[in-house]
Design a protein around this ligand. Structure first.
Ligand code: ZN
Length: 192
C-alpha cells in the first residue's frame, strides 16, 4: 500500500511561518514531532480538521521553534565536529565519482531504472527515493565502508519497486544482498 502523501501548510506565529506536514491516521490524539531532517510533522486523527491542526501548531509554536533550534544545532555540531568544508568538498567529489557507477550496476542487476541520481549534503539520511524515482545519496556515505555504501544503493533502488519499508521491500533487498542486515548495522552506528 502506498503511503499517504503528507500535506504541507504554513502557519503563522509571531510573524514567522511554520511549515508543517500533516499525517492523518487512525489515532485519537494529535502529536507534533520534529524530525531529524528539521521537519515539523503533525500526526493527527482522521477527523481532525485543517483548522484544528493549524490552531494546535500555533499553540505549540514556541515549543516547535525551540526544538527546531535544538535539533538544528545538534545537526550542525555533528557536521562541524567531524568535517571541515574542504573535507566535505572532497567527499562530495568522491561521491559523484563512486556512486553513479554503483547505481548503474545494481539497477541493471535488479531491473529497475532510476529517473535521476544526485549527491546531496543531507546530514539526516544517507539516501532517498522520491515519488518520481529520483535517487539522492549523501556525500557522508563516503565515510563508510564500501559494503555499507552498496547497501544504501540497493536500498534506494528497491524503493523504485516498493515505496515503503514493507516485508516485500526487504525481501527484494535480501534477494540482491542477502547480508543486508549486517551492512545496515554499519550505518546505524552513526545515526543514533
Ligand atoms: Zn528506505
Amino acid at each position: 500500500m502506498a503511503e499517504k502523501r503528507p500535506q504541507r501548510q504554513p502557519s503563522m506565529s509571531c510573524g514567522t511561518a511554520i511549515n508543517y506536514k500533516i499525517i492523518r491516521s487512525d489515532r485519537r490524539t494529535l502529536a507534533i514531532e520534529i524530525t531529524k531532517a528539521l521537519e515539523v510533522l503533525v500526526r493527527a486523527p482522521k477527523r481532525a480538521t485543517d483548522e484544528e491542526i493549524r490552531l494546535a501548531v500555533e499553540k505549540h509554536a514556541a515549543w516547535i521553534e525551540k526544538n527546531l533550534e535544538v535539533r538544528k544545532q545538534r545537526n550542525e555540531a555533528r557536521t562541524a565536529y567531524e568535517l571541515t568544508d574542504s573535507e566535505i568538498g572532497e567527499l562530495t567529489a568522491l561521491a559523484k565519482k563512486v556512486i553513479p557507477p554503483k547505481v548503474e550496476h545494481y539497477a541493471r542487476l535488479m531491473g529497475v531504472k532510476p529517473a535521476s541520481v544526485k549527491i546531496t549534503s543531507a546530514q539526516s539520511r544517507f539516501g532517498s527515493c522520491s515519488g518520481k524515482n529520483g535517487l539522492c545519496f549523501s556525500y557522508i556515505l563516503m565515510r563508510f565502508p564500501e559494503e555499507a555504501i552498496d547497501y544504501v544503493v540497493v536500498h534506494e533502488l528497491a524503493h523504485i519497486k516498493h515505496h515503503n519499508h514493507s516485508k516485500s521491500f526487504y525481501t527484494l533487498v535480501g534477494k540482491y544482498m542477502p547480508d543486508y542486515k549486517a551492512r545496515e548495522k554499519l550505518l546505524k552506528q552513526f545515526f543514533t
